[in-house]
Design a protein around this ligand. Structure first.
Ligand SMILES: Cc1cc2nc3c(=O)[nH]c(=O)nc-3n(C[C@H](O)[C@H](O)[C@H](O)COP(=O)(O)OP(=O)(O)OC[C@H]3O[C@@H](n4cnc5c(N)ncnc54)[C@H](O)[C@@H]3O)c2cc1C
Length: 444
């Protein structure tokens, strides 16, 4: 009997446009698919909402594979030993995987490669998570890009010379049949009650349907004008959870945006790729400020204020609405994320890293690169930093982007007393940043 090859899924829970699947199909031998529910996911910030979303995605993926005569193998336990066990059981000759670009996953890949070599199987890993592999993205002078705009220009230059359109795969007659996996519940996995659930259903089927509806219902066309209207759920695509788990391909989304000439939305898709590029060049993105001067900032905020922020009890409408929406749905629109994050750092003087961890474990789309990169952007301590003196005024933001008050009254109808005064805290922040970073050239 021909040895099959195994496709090892991690952040690519889909059958559409996958470089690993494409290469596995090219071998000409039968394919099996594996996902491992590794307890180490928790340490990597995968919280309840995200876990539920993944489990829904696994059930969906099994259904999609079963439609082609196959199925999804799901194992619980450490990823490498589970992978090795399945390779042995199937007698697989090789494993195909898309690269997971987070540093911890890179270490796991190296371990997997060694372990597989011990049983005579090879690991083949492919760049798949972004539109253009990082090493191809350079300034015209051949240097690493230091700003988002340089990055986006370079990506567009590469794509103009060597387009990388999404591909569909034909799986019929190529899959090894397997029974439906017995998927655990989130409660079983976390060993207790689950307080946080995603408000969008997980799975490639839902992701593709939402992408189509986003385009066909006209919301994508309105995005450039409407995206900051925080009370309007369809003002943005709400596709980030699907992109985070690879339930949608970044190339498929960019193709849809470009075909409709939805430039603003396309540029936001590239922000995701940009933060992956930043993480690639700064693997300690969640730990150190990219601009190292700001590692010396002193964080004088209190635990009481941090707790009030997490509960949405600061007395600032947009901040409180965002934080309560996060706990209820695992999601917040970008504008409200920026305002809530800025408030933590610049009004409560609390280390951006604490906020980053809270967001990452509660967001359905919680992602090391986008989250840490965005927190550094808001805090003004990273690459492409918003100048530190540009501090969001939470009251003006609310007036501008929630003009009818619908967002605040939906999520935070009671308005507790403000725990700090914005104008006072703003001055303290300016002084603290200036003391550490000095005036930047051209600013002041
Ligand atoms: C403090 C803070 C933390 C954030 N944490 C995350 C995170 O953990 N995971 C995450 O995916 N995004 C994060 N973002 C970026 C952004 O807020 C979300 O991607 C966006 O709100 C998701 O909603 P959407 O799918 O409706 O986006 P849309 O506006 O419809 O954009 C389409 C897609 O482009 C990407 N995108 C859009 N804006 C950004 C951005 N500024 N940075 C990176 N990618 C972007 C997302 O993949 C998104 O799904 C964060 C932003 C801030 C300010």
């Amino acid at each position: 009997m021909t040895s099959p090859v195994l496709v090892w899924l991690r952040r690519d829970l889909r059958l559409d446009d996958s470089h690993a699947i494409e290469a596995a199909l090219a071998t000409g031998v039968p394919l099996a698919f594996l996902y491992t529910l590794d307890p180490a996911m928790k340490a990597r910030g995968v919280g309840h909402a995200q876990l539920g979303f993944i489990l829904e995605g696994l059930a969906d993926l099994h259904g999609r594979l079963a439609d082609h005569g196959g199925g999804l193998i799901v194992r619980r336990g450490p990823a490498i030993s589970s992978l090795l066990a399945v390779v042995r059981e199937l007698g697989a000759s090789a494993v195909y995987a898309n690269r997971d670009e987070e540093p911890a996953a890179g270490e796991a890949e190296a371990q997997a490669e060694r372990a597989l070599a011990g049983v005579g199987a090879r690991l083949h890993v492919f760049d798949d998570e972004v539109n253009v592999p990082h090493e191809l993205v350079l300034t015209k002078e051949g240097r690493t890009c230091r700003t988002y705009s340089a990055y986006a220009r370079s990506v567009r230059r590469v794509l103009a010379e060597a387009p990388s359109p999404p591909r569909s795969h034909s799986l019929a007659g190529r899959l090894i049949a397997c029974a439906a996996p017995e998927l655990p519940t989130v409660e079983t996995l976390v060993g207790g009650a689950v307080r946080f659930r995603s408000d969008v259903p997980g799975g490639e089927t839902h992701g593709l349907a939402r992408l189509r509806a986003w385009r066909d219902d006209g919301d994508m066309a309105r995005y450039a004008d409407d995206r900051d209207l925080v009370a309007e759920p369809d003002a943005t695509s709400r596709l980030s959870g699907y992109l985070r788990q690879g339930m949608l391909s970044p190339r498929r989304c960019l193709q849809v945006a470009d075909a409709a000439d939805a430039r603003k939305w396309a540029s936001e898709l590239l922000w995701r790729d940009w933060f992956k590029y930043v993480l690639h060049h700064h693997p300690d993105l969640a730990v150190h400020c990219v601009d190292r001067r700001y590692d010396a900032l002193e964080w004088t905020g209190s635990d009481e204020h941090f707790a009030a922020w997490t509960r949405g009890e600061t007395g600032y409408g947009m901040v409180d609405a965002a934080m309560r929406q996060l706990l209820a749905t695992g999601s917040i629109a970008n504008r409200a994320r920026m305002v809530a994050a800025s408030f933590l750092v610049k009004d409560l003087h609390i280390d951006w890293r604490r906020g980053e961890q809270w967001f990452r474990t509660h967001l359905t789309d919680g992602d090391l690169a986008s989250n840490a990169g965005s927190w550094q952007w808001v805090a003004g301590v990273g690459l492409d930093a918003a100048p530190y003196f540009r501090i969001f005024n939470p009251l003006l933001q609310e007036r501008k982007f929630d003009p009818t008050g619908a967002y605040a009254s939906r999520w935070a109808p009671d308005r507790p007393l403000a725990i700090v005064q914005h104008d006072v805290e703003r001055e303290r922040t300016l002084a603290a940043y200036k003391a550490v970073g000095g005036e930047r050239p051209g600013e002041g």
